[in-house]
Unconditional design. Structure first.
Length: 114
């Protein structure tokens, strides 16, 4: 099985900037040594963007700061979930879902590259 390390994890629940009922997650992880941003509805299909090299790391960190600090255009502000036990309560199968969805999208050529 692939090695997954969750680097940052956040969630948003409630009335969003563009929706009335949001239940979303956003984060950064490392999958087999590759930095990847992930997002999607909790318990649903995840989307990914690979982040290569030093610039990719900077881009991922900038996007993380934007998500937890709010965007200038009034986007949703995500809450940081740093505790691994709370992450498991919110998304009990997160690591398995990340691996499954990541490799499924990779095999279909649907990964976004940053």
């Amino acid at each position: 099985m692939a090695q997954v390390q969750i680097v940052n994890f956040s969630c948003f629940y409630g009335k969003g900037a563009h929706t009335n009922h949001s239940d979303k997650i956003w984060g950064n992880c490392i999958i087999n040594g590759s930095r990847v941003s992930l997002w999607g509805k909790r318990g649903g299909r995840l989307s990914f963007k690979t982040r290569a090299g030093a610039q990719g790391k900077k881009d991922a960190e900038a996007k993380w700061a934007e998500k937890i600090g709010g965007r200038r255009d009034g986007g949703d502000v995500y809450s940081i979930v740093a505790d691994a036990q709370i992450q498991r309560l919110l998304c009990p199968t997160l690591a398995e879902d990340v691996v499954s969805h990541f490799y499924s999208k990779m095999s279909k050529g649907q990964l976004k590259k940053g």
